[in-house]
Design a protein. Sequence first.
Length: 142
Amino acid sequence: MRMTEAPRAVVGAFIMNAKGELLLGRSPKWGGKWCVPGGGIEWGETALKAAEREAKEEVGLGIRAQKVFGCGEAVFSKEFHKKAHIVYFDVLCRVKAKSALPVVDGKEITETRWVLPKKALRMNLVSFDRKSIKALLRLRGR
């Protein structure tokens, strides 16, 4: 097996604001569907630190990663722009500043929207994030 064929560990940053809204972004890598910011965990980095770094890189927000609340796999997903085996960790996060506005990087994320998690389920979401938002709602008792 070549290293390029190994599964890739990634995080999804489920960033909540003071109003209980979730930050979603539109991603070209996922066919223009809505998803949470996220990306690869670097060597020696925890899932929580990776979520904080990815949020800063992709949407310009300082966040506090609180806990991993879920995990799963995306094996050769047709939604993703290339063939990949992804093992993902869902990380619950809070935005640090109440009035912080996301700034998209234009590459990984092209637009953002704050939305209540229940309303997010009506959007054109990446299937893995849809499953995770449902888990987040159960976790929050809604």
